[in-house]
Design a binder for this molecule. Structure first.
Ligand code: SF4
Ligand code: SF4
Length: 390
């Protein structure tokens, strides 16, 4: 295994274990299978494990496996505060105590504000006393490092990085998200500030492996890669990436990812490799609804529509499935104080003047609204605003 050092000098394995995808047996996690996979990874050098309060049964499963194998001290444990479920510092304390109990530990190495998507939400948390609560937990050693996980655009991400002295952060990033979500722009900004970046969704939930167009698969195989190998190589070639989480749920997947991590080159991609990524992206773009490259030239929209994100989610609905596209759209546009939904478009046309792809943005946004803003989307958006979940 190879390691990269974070702000505090901890050597984190470049491959981290995203525990949220443990296999289920009925409604329960298959603990024996999860143990076999997780312990194989730990025994082969993976030392960063990621879970969260809201992943059903997940913290308990991780806690049981680590306790049974007596290896809590061998790993860095990351979990998350569901800040949208709390209203006060005492509420945070209650959830945190529960998490320690589930994980069978008395400290968390890397603690994240889960899906912290804008500065206004952070300011609400500070008003509730969460900033002081975090300071106390850090002083007592119960929280070793504080960070946040993020789904949103690069502008809001950079603003969040500026508003507090974070130890680390976690973003969705892969070769399709280079210019959406926090994107490369956000990654570089974090690196400039010396903030380590943990990567989630490096394979877009496995879709850069399983759902690639045939021609993209052929290009990758001809170049001597596996789809996962190419996606991970693209990430590890960027020195600003600290640790890449993979939601592994089969022993074969664990073994393959460890093999790739052991052999990963850490230098920049060669022009030939860059060209391969470009061709694979083109093949994926051919199979989508809107040929948006995510360049962001159309932004900002005066009415706060996140145009590249709306098209990204709209495309994902077709390439990755209805559920995936709608989930991404909901997380990225509605679960925040200042919403960025496509339906906020007032049709001014300003954005279309700047689009190098000549996309009829207004028309395509209307399509996206029809397909992504379902009755349940509207209910969640309304509830988030009404009850100030964010
Ligand atoms: S046309 Fe719609 S999306 Fe484009 S800038 Fe105007 S309000 Fe924003
Ligand atoms: S300018 Fe065009 S291609 Fe670029 S993000 Fe906006 S819609 Fe997409």
């Amino acid at each position: 295994m190879q390691y990269r050092t974070d702000k505090a000098g901890n050597a984190l394995s470049i491959l981290g274990y995203g525990c949220m995808r443990f296999t289920k047996k009925g409604a329960e996690i298959d603990l024996d299978k999860a143990e076999q996979e997780l312990m194989y990874a730990i025994r082969h050098g993976v030392n960063y494990l990621d879970t969260a309060y809201v992943y059903p049964g997940n913290e308990e499963a991780v806690g049981k496996i680590l306790a049974k194998n007596n290896c809590r001290g061998e790993v860095y444990l990351a979990t998350k505060l569901p800040h949208y479920l709390i209203r006060s510092a005492s509420g945070a304390q209650k959830k945190f105590t529960e998490e320690l109990h589930r994980l069978q530990t008395d400290y968390i190495d890397y603690y994240l504000m889960h899906m912290l998507n804008d500065v206004k939400t952070w300011e609400r948390l500070v008003d509730q006393g969460i900033g002081d609560w975090i300071a106390q937990k850090r002083a007592s050693g119960e929280i070793r490092h504080i960070g946040f996980s993020y789904h949103g655009n690069s502008e809001n991400f950079k603003a969040l990085l500026d508003v507090y002295d974070w130890d680390f952060c976690q973003i969705q990033y892969n070769y399709l998200d280079e210019h959406t979500q926090a994107g490369r722009e956000g990654l570089l900004y974090a690196a400039e500030k010396g903030i380590p970046v943990i990567i989630m969704e490096p394979l877009r939930g496995g879709r850069l492996v399983n759902d690639l167009p045939q021609e993209a698969k052929r290009l990758i195989a001809d170049a001597g890669y596996t789809p996962a190998g190419l996606a991970l190589a693209w990430l590890w070639a960027q020195p600003e990436v600290t640790c890449v989480l993979s939601g592994m749920n089969s022993l074969d997947m664990v073994k393959e990812n460890i093999r790739i991590a052991q052999n990963a080159g850490m230098q920049e991609l060669s022009p030939k490799q860059e060209d391969l990524i470009r061709q694979v992206r083109q093949e994926i773009a051919r199979s989508v609804k809107v040929g948006c490259t995510g360049c962001g030239y159309c932004m900002p929209c005066p009415n706060r529509v996140d145009i590249p994100m709306a098209f990204h989610a709209y495309n994902a609905k077709y390439t990755e499935g209805k559920k995936s596209g709608r989930k991404e759209y909901l997380q990225s546009t509605a679960m925040r104080r200042e919403t960025t939904s496509a339906s906020q478009c007032i049709g001014c046309g300003r954005c279309e003047k700047y689009c190098p792809q000549g996309i009829p943005i207004r028309e395509k946004l209307k399509e996206a609204v029809r397909e992504l803003e379902t009755p349940s989307y509207k209910i969640v958006k309304w509830a988030v605003q009404k009850f100030h979940f964010y």
